[in-house]
Design a protein around this ligand. Structure first.
Ligand code: MOS
Length: 722
């Protein structure tokens, strides 16, 4: 910024889109209503495996308001049976009615298009389907014998060893081994998936609730076999994504196909029960961990073997070994990832994929080792602090984990903990204190942005990124205002449209790290171009002077000045000379009712090393939200699979439990001072996912401390404590 101007970067600026959200003027996908929009409804299979022997839609087709019923018998044939764009994360194996196969219970098998939703629902209930059942694999335990290594994972090959690998365990004087399990879970953002599709000739517009507008555009265009330029995707607001909206799932394509079939715009909004299956979820995991250490608590080796489930038709790997590879200075290690195929919808990225499930296992195992060695759990972690990335030996771009341990343990009061389990009480409650390390990798991808000055003095900054509730509008407004040296209210940041310059998926906690440098580059170019015309706003002494000089400059422009900027990492993550990761320390207190097994979490304290913070308020919000989810993961969340039908029996928000306000005690979460300019010119690493990591372990460790019971199977429901 210019001398005298205070940078807005880092300030706890209120969300610039907040007034739109609370007043209802923020438009979500299902609220777009092009003229003549009709409704589409997905009909789902009722068996887990086999084929459709007969489907009778005659009655449905004659019902009031019905425009069309699409089935595998009459639907448009797509290039490569609809698999032309399978390129995760954007493109996935979809169910597009191209054949009669049924691969999971709840798979889309037909689409009813009608003038109203009620007419579509009524007609759907009159479709008759006869199935030919095939063998269905629905039992994780039974299927695990057939576990196989995936071709690759997002962290490279499925198996990694370093040092002497597993054989180093043999020489370790102290060893512990345990198996940890996590259940099927489903994301359930407040806003279910929704798509509105409109064709104008051969051009398609999609209003979609997505974390990746350009990913949807590319996937849909390729799947339909039309030019990418013929598809536009618009997504100004997303009511939560958490990973399930990172990929293009079947309903997006089915909306486009239905709109084409009836020649009218079509709205297809998933109902809440349809969120359990066709749009991903967190895979079930079974994780075996073995740790070997010296008697004074130096880790010698780690082994972590993960089995997770996937669908019968696509591999998705929950890389729960990822945090294990990064956390401690063990000289030897071996990690493996295996998959088992089940007749379920393909699971997907769910907030902190791999890291949340993986930290549950490794951070519980560290607590078990601390118990065995009679070493304080925090002290054990400090003794094994990794000064370099353990499996590659690379230095970190920046890491302030020691400071996190120090600040959070002090704020929590950890030194007052009595190490003995069952030693602390509060009235009738057993009290337990547990802790864990949090971690999430730092990612960054290429991004582009544009900036222009409108004649009314508004700086219009555009990027085809997404606002998934994390604060993108707000943070990018701050970055733009800083680079242009103008007050934030003179910036209008626009996103969520494939007409704007391309940005990566809003996932992997990488939006800020990827998009902010591009926004800064575009705005810096615009500033430099404008300064050549008239630099008085840069030299003004105060905000008022800057504002009036800027406005005068805008009004005097013969034509709008526009600039473009882009940014990309210097090398791929594997080729960088440093390893980039965020870390944190999380402490939890639990109270357990010894008679009823009820667990409450009165407080969670967490300190995080995440690089430079661009907005203190939205950043803290992300950490708090992640911690709340961690409480749900620890104590509540589980999709209950009926092993005979392959259906999730609690597929609704009444029975799929997530924390409500009454379940959440005090959450104290903050970021330690840090500036990681090796990773990114703005010094920021990303903050969206780390909050959930470590929390389930901290709570499970606290439950052990309260009760003396190790619960290694999530969620920790009261039946497991009785
Ligand atoms: Mo996040 S699970 O990478 O959207």
């Amino acid at each position: 910024m210019s001398p005298g101007a205070a940078s807005p970067i880092g300030l706890p600026l209120d969300r610039v889109d907040g007034p739109h959200k609370v007043s209802g003027s923020a438009t979500y996908a299902a609220e777009f209503q092009p003229k003549d929009t009709c409704r589409a409804l997905i009909v789902q299979s009722r068996i887990a495996a086999g084929r459709i022997a007969r489907i009778d839609t005659r009655a449905a087709e004659t019902m009031p308001g019905v425009l069309r019923v699409l089935t595998h018998l009459n639907v448009e044939r797509l290039p490569q049976q609809g698999r032309a764009a399978v390129k995760p994360p954007a493109g996935r194996e979809m169910s597009l009615l191209q054949d009669d196969a049924v691969r999971y219970n709840g798979e889309p098998i037909a689409v009813v298009v009608a003038d109203t939703l009620e007419h579509a629902q009524e007609a759907a209930s009159h479709i008759e389907v006869a199935y030919e059942r095939g063998p269905a694999a629905l039992d994780f335990e039974a299927a695990r014998g057939g576990a196989y290594p995936p071709r690759k994972t997002v962290r490279g090959p499925p198996d990694t060893t370093w040092g002497e690998g597993a054989s180093a365990l043999d020489s370790a004087p102290v060893r512990i081994a345990a198996t940890y399990t996590t259940p099927y879970e489903h994301h359930n953002p407040m806003e279910p998936h929704a798509t509105v599709a409109r064709w104008e000739g051969d051009r398609l517009t999609l209003w979609d609730s997505t974390q990746y507008v350009s990913g949807v555009r590319d996937t849909v265009a390729k799947t339909l076999g039309i030019p990418t330029g013929n598809v536009r995707v618009i997504s100004p607001f997303v009511g939560g994504g958490f990973g399930c909206k990172g990929s293009t799932w079947s309903h997006v394509m089915l909306a486009a196909m239905a709109a084409k079939a009836v020649g009218r715009p079509v709205k297809l909004a998933l109902e809440r029960p349809q969120m359990f299956g066709p749009v991903g979820g967190r895979p079930r995991t079974e994780q075996r961990i073995e740790l070997g250490a010296s008697r004074d608590g130096r880790l010698i080796a780690v082994c972590h073997d993960v089995i997770s489930h996937t669908s019968s038709f696509e591999d998705f790997v929950e890389v729960a070994t990822s945090p294990t590879r990064a956390l401690y200075a063990y000289p030897n290690g071996s990690v493996t990832q295996r998959l088992v195929k089940l007749n379920l919808g393909t699971p997907t990225f769910m907030r902190a994929p791999g890291e949340s499930t993986g930290t549950f296992a490794i951070e519980c195992a560290m607590d078990e080792l601390a118990e065995r060695l009679s070493i304080d759990p925090l002290e054990l972690r400090l003794r094994n602090h990794a000064e370099r990335e353990p499996d590659t030996g690379r230095p970190w771009s920046s890491k302030r984990l020691r400071e996190c341990y120090r600040q959070a343990s002090r704020r929590f009061g950890w030194e007052r903990r009595d190490a003995k389990p069952r030693s602390m009480h509060e009235g009738p409650w057993q009290v337990g204190w547990g802790m864990a390390t949090a971690t999430y990798p730092a990612h960054r991808q290429p991004a582009q942005a544009s900036a222009s000055l409108a004649r009314d003095g508004t700086a219009v900054v555009r990027c085809g990124t997404q606002e998934i509730g994390t604060g993108t509008y707000t943070v990018m407004t701050q970055v733009a205002a800083d680079a242009l040296a103008i007050p934030v209210d003179l910036v209008r940041f626009e996103l969520g449209d494939t007409r704007w310059p391309r940005a990566p998926i809003s996932a992997g906690s990488m939006t800020v790290a990827s998009v902010a440098p591009a926004v800064r580059a575009a705005c810096t170019r615009l500033r430099d171009a404008l300064a050549k015309q008239d630099r008085r706003w840069l030299d003004a002494a105060d905000d008022a002077g800057r504002r009036s000089a800027w406005r005068a400059l805008a009004a005097s422009q013969p034509t709008a000045t526009e600039a473009h900027g882009e940014s990309h990492p210097d090398a791929s993550e594997d080729e960088q000379p440093f390893a980039a990761r965020s870390f944190g320390a999380v402490f939890a207190e639990v109270r357990v009712d010894p008679e009823l097994g009820i667990v409450r979490v009165p407080r969670v304290v967490g300190a995080y090393s995440v690089g430079r913070v661009l907005n203190a308020k939205t950043a803290a919000n992300q950490l708090q939200g992640g911690i709340v989810w961690g409480i749900g993961m620890a104590l509540m969340e589980e999709s209950l699979l009926d092993p005979s039908s392959g259906r999730y029996v609690n597929g609704n928000l009444a029975e799929y439990h997530v924390p409500v306000n009454a379940d959440v005690g005090e959450i104290d979460a903050w970021m330690v001072d840090e500036d990681d300019t090796r990773f990114n010119p703005l010094g920021a690493r990303g903050i969206g996912e780390i909050g959930i990591t470590g929390v389930a372990a901290a709570i499970a460790n606290a439950v052990w401390h309260a009760t003396g019971r190790r619960i290694r199977d999530l969620p920790i429901t009261l039946d497991k404590l009785l």
